[in-house]
Structures are given as structure tokens and as C-alpha cells.
Write a protein that binds this ligand. Structure first.
Ligand SMILES: [Zn+2]
Length: 665
């Protein structure tokens, strides 16, 4: 077959390396260009395919194309974010651009679309049918079946949107604002290290900027209400007014794009391939969640107001700039949470080993070192073993260093394919413990670790698919967080947390301490959820209409007053710096939606026990291992034995102090 010859040639190129040892840089450079050439080769052979269009002649090579592109894209993304060599990061950056270019050529290739459309899958297995169906759907959604002039317009709009999106985030990043304090007294309430890092200059002035390391602690701890408000206003006005116009342009162009492809508006377009399916479902969801959360939010609001009145007896309402500060006070005073004591139970090495042990307890799988090349000496490599079979491999790159990605994330490096290739993952985080494994972590970092590890397990367990498109975390965007969100429950339960929370004396964390932590965490949930629904309502409301006459200020302020208990603060323009309105577009509800699914999935563990092997095995088989082989709603139904339900989430939102054993007021 024409196509396999081209693969053979490309493979040959990969292995005919010079006899002398190449440097890592040169090797990566040549592998990258070979992979691109290989992908382009397969693509072009498919476009010109003259023989009969069958699963073997079209879908098998198409799958191979996705394998090659996926692998090179994953590695480029990882290296760009973490590799210590500047040269390799540069190659990776360029590789990402080349892949995007080739990707959009493929998505808009009419000849390739026609070739795929001609494949007859009437006799094929259900997975193959699903593969073709999703492929054609995505082609159609990129606009490939439109006439040429429309396709050209689509391409232009996509290019313009990329530029506008970059401008939007750059404007926010560049617009660092600040306030000036004239006395160290204005720093009262803040931690000592913060005060030490903000000493007065030669004129006795202290500058506090809107950058996160400055803003977040000030917003949480500063006793000076007036200054907290002043900084809040600056923060909520970053990139205003410039981004007002940029966001408006984005809305207009996305609306136009959706119309060209055949949708009423952009919200209809993005929701189509999600679990929510329609914009109307999103709206219903927002109103339903808001209504359930409201009583709890009202009760919590009353507690905050009472606390505020102890400071200012005349206070009649709690401002948006006061909520985090007051919440912190209430948590400390009512729930007696001593962060320092809690930390003493989280030694990095024990947490990592505990997460492995927890995985073994749940799924019976084990871990062993994987002897392989790594990109930095801090990186550890492991194999995931099931019985006596290796089923996946992964890297842990868990400590900060220069030029490394600053957040925590799971990177997939290779999706698994039944009998062909094993899945490979990497966890990239920034935890303490680089030189000393007994270094202490925050509980929130432990939660993050387990959350990201949940993505890793999802990726590795699902590596046994026939089609690469369904392998890995290849499921709907509003479902992908659910498994990891569910796993977070294991660090809020005394029994399971004890597996990884052991202090220097070898004592596990006391159950009462976990109970106070849970109570403190739960306080403010109603307020959080209602405020999130304000964001979600904004996101859907600016995308499910013709935006030509849309007044961003009026729309967003109105929705804040409707959904959140904290009113809009006059003179602020949050839409100018709320990047998710671009990134998530109409789907900001994603986070809460997957939380609903997570609570529903968890209900079976709650009933059977959090370490129940049978439930865990069933969960692994029906949810994790299934990858994207079915719609998420069907996977959930397979596991629960019924369609997904809102009930467990609603019950949790309505739940009160008795259920959590805390001291909720
Ligand atoms: Zn996540």
C-alpha cells in the first residue's frame, strides 16, 4: 500500500542516524522534523488515495496520522514547558507552531474529508463506526464542507481570533497596577514574611501591586478595609478599558464564525460536543444550582455580616472585597484550624508513597522504577504494573527549578493503543522536597498532587483502545475533571488521609483534626457556588446571542446582582481581565458541572466504602479504562446503573453541620 511505504521510509529516516553519538539537541531536532514529515506524508497520501475507500485503506492510516501527530505534539508541549535546555525549548516551540499549521490544513482539507466520507462502515464494529462518526463530525465543525469562499472566511476569522486571544491575555498580564501605603500599620494582619518583603522605600512608602503574590495575601489578611478596597478596585480594573473592545471583537467574530458553520450562535456551537449538549441545558443548570445553593449562601452570608459588625457596628452588607478576609477570620475562629500543625503531617516523600499505596489499595496495581532517560536529574520514572504486566509508564517532575512550568498539571506523552504502544504520562508540579523528602507540604498541595495523579491514572488505565482518538483522557471537556475532582474526596476523609499523612514521629493525622479541616473547608461553599454561577451566567449570556449591541458592563453587573450575594462594586470592570470568558467561552459552567458528576460517581464509594476494591475495580473498568469509547453520560450510567443525577450534589450543598461533624455555626 502506498501509505505504508511512506511510513517505512519515514521510519528508515529515523533510524539511519550518524554513527557518532548525536547531542540531545540534534537528536530532538531531527526527530521532530522527521515526525512532521511522516505526518505530512500520510496526510498527502490519504488526500490522493485512488484505491477503494475502506477501513483498512483510510481509517487505519488516519489513525496512524493521529498517533504520529499526537506523540510529537505531546512531547513538544512537555519540552516547551519543562526542558532545562533553552535550545530544546525553542525547537519545541517551533514544533508546536508547525503542528498547529499542519493541523488546520488537515481540518480544512476537502479532499481528505471526501475520502473519509466515502468509507463504508456498515459492517464494521461499533468502535470503528464511532471513530468515523466523530471524525466526520469534527470535519464538519471545522467548516470543511462549506464552499470555498466561506472556507476562506473561516480561516481568516480563526487567524484573527488567535491574535485577539493573545492580545487579550497580554493586555491583562502587562497592566500591573498598584496602591501605595504610607505606614507599615497598613500591613497589619499579614504574615511576617509578607511584611518583611514589603519594607518602606526611602520616602516611607510601600507599594502593593495587583500581581497574585501581592494581591492574594493582601485581599485575604489585610485588616485595613479601605486599602483592601482600593487594591481590589485596581485588580478588577486591569486591562480596562482596552480589553473591553478586544473582548467585544472576539464575541463578534466568534458569532460570525458560528453562523458561517451553520449554528445560531457560538454557545450552540461549543456546547454541541459537550456533556451539556445545548446552551439551554447550561442555563437550566445555572438556575438549578443557584436555587439549591441559595439558602446555604444566605446563612453563610449572615455569619460574615455578623463578624463584620464586630469590626464595624454600622455595616449593613458585606462587600465583595471583604468576603475573603472575613471568611478567613471565621474559619480560624470557629473551626480552630492550625495550619502549622496540619502541615507537620505532610512530608513530601511520605505523601508520594502514600498516593502509590492508596492506588494499590484501590486498584491492586503496583509501581516500580523505570530505567530510562530523563530530561532533568530531578525527574523520577516509574512503571505501572498490573499483575505481572506493565500497563503504562510515567515521569514525576515534582519540584521547582528555573525555566520550568509554574503550576501543576498532567501532561500526556503518548496515548496507549491495544497491542501496539503503552501509554506514557508526566506529572509536572512545584512541590517542596527536592533535596529533602521530609520537607513539608500544605494540605492544598497534597490535594493538588492527588488531583493531578487522578488524571495520570485516567490516562494510563485507558491505554488499551483500538483507535487513538478514544485513548487517554479523550472524553468530553465537561467530564474530564470529574474523576480527579472525585479523587479529592480521599484527602478529606480521615481513614484514607492517614495513608499519606504521617508526621516525623510516625503518627498519622488525628481524625479530629481532619474533621475541623473539613468543617473549615465547607464553610463558604454556598457563597462560592452562587458566585461561580454569576460567572457561569456571564459566560453563557455573552455567547448565546448576537453580540453587536451587547453592553458588557451592564450585562455582567446585572448578573452579579442577580446571582451573587456580593454586589457589583461601582467603578470596576472585571470582564476586562476575566480570561476565562475567552478560554472557556460559553462553558465556564464546566467546573461546577463536572463537580455534579463527581459527587454522583462518589455516591457509590460513599455507600460501599472508600477503599472497597470491588467498587474501585468497577470504576476503573467502566469509567477510566473506557476512555472516550462511549459518551461520558453513558460511561456514568454504566458505572452507576442509572443515568447521572443531580441528587448527590444537591444533598451535599444542602447538607449541614451534623453531616460533616464540624462546628458550623
Ligand atoms: Zn484537573
Amino acid at each position: 500500500m502506498k501509505f505504508s511505504t511512506s511510513i517505512a521510509v519515514a521510519l528508515l529516516l529515523l533510524f539511519v542516524a550518524p554513527a557518532q553519538a548525536e547531542s540531545e539537541v540534534e537528536r530532538y531536532r531531527s526527530e521532530s522534523s522527521n515526525e512532521l514529515a511522516q505526518a505530512r506524508d500520510i496526510f498527502q497520501s490519504l488526500e490522493k488515495l485512488a484505491e477503494e475507500k475502506t477501513v483498512e485503506s483510510v481509517l487505519v492510516p488516519l489513525n496512524e496520522l493521529e498517533v504520529v501527530l499526537g506523540k510529537t505534539a505531546s512531547r513538544a508541549s512537555l519540552f516547551y514547558n519543562v526542558h532545562p535546555s533553552q535550545e530544546i525549548r525553542d525547537i519545541a516551540e517551533n514544533q508546536q507552531k508547525e503542528i498547529t499549521k499542519l493541523g488546520s490544513e488537515i481540518n480544512l482539507s476537502r479532499p481528505l474529508y471526501e475520502v473519509c466520507k466515502a468509507v463504508d462502515v456498515a459492517e464494521a464494529d461499533p468502535q470503528t463506526k464511532r471513530y468515523l462518526e466523530h471524525t466526520l463530525r469534527d470535519f464538519r465543525r471545522s467548516g470543511v464542507n462549506q464552499p470555498e469562499d466561506v472556507r476562506n472566511k473561516i480561516k481568516l476569522l480563526n487567524d484573527e481570533l488567535t491574535v485577539l486571544g493573545q492580545e487579550l491575555s497580554l493586555n491583562t498580564r502587562k497592566d500591573v497596577r498598584s496602591i501605595t501605603l504610607t505606614s507599615t500599620n497598613d500591613l497589619a494582619g499579614l504574615p511576617e514574611d509578607y511584611i518583611a518583603a514589603h519594607l518602606p522605600d526611602e520616602n516611607g512608602k510601600i507599594t502593593i501591586t495587583t500581581d497574585y503574590p501581592d494581591y492574594l495575601p493582601f485581599n485575604r489578611y489585610a485588616e485595613n478595609d479601605e486599602k483592601r478596597l482600593e487594591l481590589y478596585k485596581e485588580f478588577k480594573n486591569r486591562a480596562y478599558p482596552r480589553n473591553g473592545e478586544v473582548l467585544k471583537q472576539i464575541l463578534i467574530k466568534r458569532y460570525e464564525l458560528a453562523n458561517l458553520i451553520g449554528y445560531k450562535n457560538y454557545a450552540e456551537y461549543v456546547t454541541e460536543t459537550k456533556m451539556v449538549e445545548t446552551a439551554a441545558t447550561v442555563r437550566e443548570f445555572i438556575d438549578k444550582v443557584s436555587a439549591i445553593a441559595r439558602p446555604r449562601a444566605d446563612a453563610e452570608y449572615a455569619v460574615l455580616l455578623k463578624r463584620l459588625q464586630q469590626i464595624d457596628p454600622k455595616a449593613a452588607e458585606v462587600g465583595d472585597w471583604q468576603k475573603t478576609y472575613l471568611q478567613e477570620l471565621v474559619r480560624k475562629e470557629l473551626f480552630e484550624v492550625d495550619a502549622k500543625k496540619i502541615r507537620s503531617y505532610f512530608q513530601f516523600g511520605k505523601v508520594r508513597d502514600g498516593i502509590f499505596d492508596l492506588t494499590t489499595a484501590l486498584y491492586g496495581v503496583t509501581f516500580r522504577p523505570w530505567d530510562t532517560e530523563v530530561w532533568h536529574e530531578d525527574v523520577q520514572a516509574y512503571e505501572l504494573v498490573d499483575g505481572d504486566k506493565v500497563i503504562g509508564r510515567f515521569y514525576l517532575d515534582l519540584h521547582p527549578r528555573e525555566n520550568k512550568y509554574k503550576h501543576a498539571a498532567h501532561f500526556d506523552l503518548q496515548a496507549g493503543l491495544a497491542e501496539k504502544q503503552l501509554p506514557v504520562s508526566a506529572l509536572i508540579c512545584n512541590f517542596p522536597g527536592k533535596d529533602d523528602e521530609s520537607a513539608l507540604m500544605e494540605h492544598s498541595q497534597v490535594e493538588t498532587f492527588l488531583h493531578e495523579f487522578g488524571h495520570l491514572l485516567h490516562h494510563l488505565f485507558s491505554g488499551n483502545q483500538k483507535w487513538i482518538r478514544f485513548s487517554g483522557i479523550a472524553t468530553e471537556l465537561d467530564f474530564i475533571e470529574a474523576p480527579s475532582q472525585m479523587l479529592e474526596e480521599w484527602v478529606w476523609n480521615a481513614e484514607t488521609l492517614k495513608m499519606l499523612a504521617i508526621n516525623a514521629e510516625g503518627e498519622p493525622i488525628p481524625s479530629e483534626m481532619v474533621e475541623s479541616m473539613v468543617a473549615a473547608k465547607e464553610f463558604g461553599t454556598g457563597l462560592f457556588v452562587t458566585h461561580q454561577m454569576f460567572y457561569a451566567a456571564t459566560s453563557i449570556s455573552i455567547y448565546d446571542r448576537d453580540p453587536t449591541d451587547l453592553d458588557l458592563s451592564k450585562t455582567m453587573n446585572g448578573l452579579q446582582d442577580k446571582y451573587s450575594l456580593f454586589k457589583h462594586v461601582p467603578g470596576t470592570h472585571m470582564y476586562a481581565n476575566f480570561g476565562h470568558l475567552y478560554g472557556y467561552s460559553a462553558m465556564y459552567c464546566t467546573y461546577m458541572w463536572s463537580q455534579v458528576i463527581a459527587k454522583d460517581l462518589f455516591s457509590r464509594f460513599e455507600e460501599a466504602g472508600m477503599l472497597d476494591r470491588e467498587t474501585a475495580t468497577d470504576y476503573r473498568n467502566k469509567i477510566l479504562a473506557a476512555g472516550g469509547s462511549k459518551d461520558a453520560a453513558d460511561l456514568v450510567e454504566d458505572f452507576l446503573g442509572r443515568p447521572y443525577s443531580f441528587e448527590p450534589f444537591a444533598n451535599w450543598l444542602k447538607s449541614d453541620v451534623e453531616q460533616h461533624g464540624g462546628k458550623r455555626p
